[in-house]
Design a protein around this ligand. Structure first.
Ligand code: FMN
Length: 302
């Protein structure tokens, strides 16, 4: 028997898998399905203060090795979302509340509301690549990352994770800024900026023209970012995300320095059963290579 339990800033996880933000996180019932399928925790869709429609269609393009999306952070706003959230947290599932705002005040207000409504931790979306004035537009500036993290931490005691953008020349500088602001963990990575173009129409396919690329193609980028953050020894756990769809992918992220992982696009392609599949594969991999517990894998490649 291998031990695949892990812990993130005091949150005990029965295995290292977490649902990534934005995929299936819209309703309480869809979130519960993810738990039933075996995920140890889940991240909500990124929620803002007010309702937002997001970009007009097309907002998603399926490409050969992943998907490109420019949803534009559509969400019902925090007040409307609370009913969905309460439905999941009342069952005792660990839920990470993902939030986005345009300034430190919006972030701390949202974090407070999420915390008062039972989430186990907060994830600051400082990395969405396709919403003007939000996400990566703030998250690419180390000073802003530090200020937002600091303000959120000042108003609450729950763990705060900062989700970083890979669309930077120095992800360690961003991670370091979040740590200086007092974060309890780093999430790497959000989607990679990209474009899909129709040669027949002679124009970009997405209404927003530029989107965020996810899925198998970005796994080497996610791994590299986790490895760089892990190697920098910033002193907080790292949650690895980007292109994970097998037990071996999880093992690779753990070895690069992650304590847990998030899965997004693979759920879009394979449904929630992906969680059971990757957990089984991870256990098989560990048994075959004589690893007894997850701790033996974490940071092995560093
Ligand atoms: C359709 C879609 C919507 C997403 N929405 C969000 C979001 O609301 N907030 C966020 O932080 N990340 C969002 N993401 C990014 C994912 O959480 C994840 O960081 C990224 O897709 C890489 O992981 P993957 O390759 O496993 O999908 C979204 C991704 C996709 C594909």
């Amino acid at each position: 028997m291998v031990d695949i339990t892990t812990e993130l800033a005091g949150i005990k996880l029965k295995n290292p898998t977490i649902l990534a933000s934005g995929v299936l996180g819209e309703t309480g019932s869809s979130l519960k399905k993810v738990f039933r399928a075996g995920a140890a925790a889940l991240t909500t869709k990124s929620i803002g203060l007010e309702p937002r429609d997001g970009h007009t269609n097309p907002t998603i393009v399926e490409l050969e090795f992943g998907i490109l999306n420019a949803m534009g952070l559509p969400n019902p706003g925090i007040e409307m979302y609370l009913d969905e959230l309460r439905e999941v947290v009342k069952d005792g599932f660990p839920v990470i509340g993902s939030i986005f705002g345009k300034d430190p005040n919006e972030f701390s207000k949202l974090a407070g509301i999420m915390a008062d409504n039972g989430v186990s931790a907060i994830e600051l979306n400082l990395s969405c690549p396709h919403a003007l004035g939000y996400g990566a537009e703030l998250g690419a500036i180390p000073e802003m990352v530090k200020t937002i993290t600091e303000q959120v931490k000042n108003t609450m005691t729950k763990p705060v994770f900062v989700k970083l953008t890979p669309n930077t020349s120095d992800i360690v500088a961003l991670g370091n800024a979040a740590v200086k602001g007092g974060c309890d963990g780093l999430v790497a990575i959000n989607t990679v900026k990209g474009m899909a173009l129709s040669p027949e129409l002679g124009k970009p396919i997405l209404s927003n023209k530029i989107g965020g690329y996810s899925g198998p193609a970005i796994k080497p980028i996610g791994l590299r970012c986790v490895y760089e953050l892990g190697t920098a020894g910033l002193g907080v756990p790292i949650i690895g995300v980007g292109g994970i769809s097998s037990g071996k992918d999880i093992a690779e992220y753990l070895m690069a320095g992650a304590t847990a992982v998030q899965i997004g696009t693979a759920v879009y392609y394979h449904g929630v059963d992906i969680f059971t599949a990757v957990i089984t594969e991870l256990k098989e991999f560990m048994t075959m290579h004589e690893f007894k517990n997850i701790q033996e894998l974490i940071g092995l490649a560093i």
